[in-house]
Design a protein around this ligand. Structure first.
Ligand code: PEP
Ligand code: CO
Length: 459
């Protein structure tokens, strides 16, 4: 059982309210807000403390280099996508990536979806202006389905407390479906011919890479048939089969309403998700997010971008994990491929022997806007950020224990490159994201192959 926060008297479920809280919605109907919070706090939790404690153990093992974390899914999950096929497909891409990584890295992969609650988005601007009927119209930005709606109308963009209930129910439906799939043993994953691996024969792949990837595919096929003959992924060790949920813990009223003490355990758990993270925009040491999550028992991740100082890194570890509990703290670095070497070595050195799981998010530091106005990311920069991050960890005697990605199973054209991906001119063909550009199915699988091969090659 984990120890209580060092200064429990100073923390309460409400103590974040005395801090500066950025990126919080302002609701007009405050009575309705109170009623929704009341309902949420009485509804059953979405996850259990048993599952959370199981994940903490797996993350502690990942810190020691015995496992690797794959965390992935949409940038902004949509309520409208809570349907059987899209949910199954999102799970499938996560599992396929994890199988490629497991075979390449030769350690079990801990799978965590950016789903079943990834409904709140921090935004760089509070408002958005568009030309409507010849006039400039300024409305609140889209902050994710938990808060408002994407459609550009006054009504849709007004923060609505009822969206919290709607997202709660859709998270529950998603989790229910995911758990059923996990229980079923992922039966249709084992036949490699049902995977779309056409990028392996694409003209853009160099002959060397093609040869290496085809060898990996053969090993993977052999490995999967072995799993099959042993009776499936779920066979003996339930941690091998589990899929956990995660989301950015952004909306503090929502997170608080789903946090509660658990009988037989110390402290409060955030039961809206297994693994909340604090975003790069909300990780301020004196802000409400760090205050709230320091008193919550779940494992917690923090995104670290280039504005984080060495001091921030050390202080975040002290505040969020004062007793150096294994599995409690994850740092997700998201620097941009060209900046990894300027920041990461200092942070690793500053953390010394303190337990932390280092994860690379190669997406958020590599975002750019094309001349025609599309927000995009290059596949090459994404792969390079991971490769450079892995090289820095190796040089510093530390372990890169995870990958955090924004992916979709759909054939979208949002990120540029990969052997079959779009270029700048074709981005507009199927550009569908509600927020950040995601890797499509082919790009996601190709990335898994490339990173698995990179790690194998370095051994
Ligand atoms: C995100 O993960 O979608 C996000 C907003 O990331 P970051 O906090 O790293 O910018
Ligand atoms: Co994003």
């Amino acid at each position: 059982m984990c120890p209580a926060p060092q200064n429990p008297a100073a923390w309460s479920p409400d103590s974040w309210r005395d801090k500066v809280c950025v990126q919080q919605p302002v609701y007009r109907d405050t009575d309705r807000l109170q009623r929704v919070k009341g309902s949420l706090s009485e509804l059953p939790p979405l996850v259990t403390s048993f599952e959370i404690e199981r994940l903490r153990k797996l993350l502690a093992e990942a810190q020691q280099g015995k496992r690797f974390l794959l965390q992935g899914g949409d940038c902004a999950e949509r309520v409208a996508d809570c349907q059987s096929e899209p949910v199954a497909q999102r799970l499938k891409i996560l599992l396929q990536m994890s199988l490629v990584l497991t075979h390449g890295l030769r350690v079990p992969v801990v799978r965590v979806g950016r789903f079943a609650g990834q409904y709140a988005k921090p935004r760089s601007r509070p408002t958005e202006t568009r030309m409507v009927d010849g006039h400039n119209l300024t409305l609140p930005s889209y902050f994710g389905d938990l808060i408002n709606r994407l459609e550009f109308s006054e009504e849709a963009r007004e923060p609505n407390p009822d969206h919290m209930l709607e997202c709660y129910y859709h998270s529950a439906l998603t989790l229910n479906f995911v758990r059923a799939w996990v229980e079923g043993g992922f039966t249709d994953l084992r036949e490699l011919d049902r995977w779309d691996l056409s990028f392996l024969t694409a003209a853009g792949l160099t002959p060397e890479r093609r040869g290496e990837y085809q060898r990996m595919t053969q090993n993977l096929a052999d490995g999967l048939s072995m799993v099959h003959s042993l009776g499936g992924v779920t066979a003996k060790d339930p941690s091998q089969a589990a899929v956990f949920s995660s989301h950015e813990g952004l909306h503090l009223d929502f997170e608080q309403a789903l946090s509660r003490p658990v009988p037989g355990r110390e402290g409060s758990y955030d039961l809206s998700t297994h693994f909340p993270w604090i975003g790069d925009r909300t990780r301020s040491l004196d802000g409400g997010h760090v205050e709230f999550f320091r008193g919550i028992r779940n494992p917690i991740a923090v995104k670290l971008g280039p504005s984080s100082t060495r001091q921030d890194v050390v202080e975040l570890a002290k505040v969020l994990n004062p007793s150096d509990e294994p599995g409690r703290l994850t740092f997700i670095t998201r620097l941009g491929a060209d900046r990894v070497g300027d920041y990461l070595p200092t942070w690793i050195e500053a953390m010394g022997d303190r337990p932390v799981l280092w994860v690379c998010d190669p997406m958020h530091g590599n975002t750019s806007t094309t001349q025609s106005g599309y927000k995009t990311r290059s596949f090459e920069a994404i792969a390079q950020e991971f490769e450079r991050t892995s090289a820095v960890h190796e040089a510093c005697g530390s372990y890169l224990g995870g990958l955090h990605v924004e992916v979709t199973p759909d054939d979208v054209t949002e990120c540029i490159g990969g052997t079959e991906g779009p270029d700048e001119a074709t981005l507009r063909h199927r550009y569908q994201t509600a927020c950040d550009p995601r890797l499509n199915y082919q790009q996601a699988l190709e990335l898994a192959f490339r990173l698995a091969h990179h790690v194998q090659d370095g051994r």
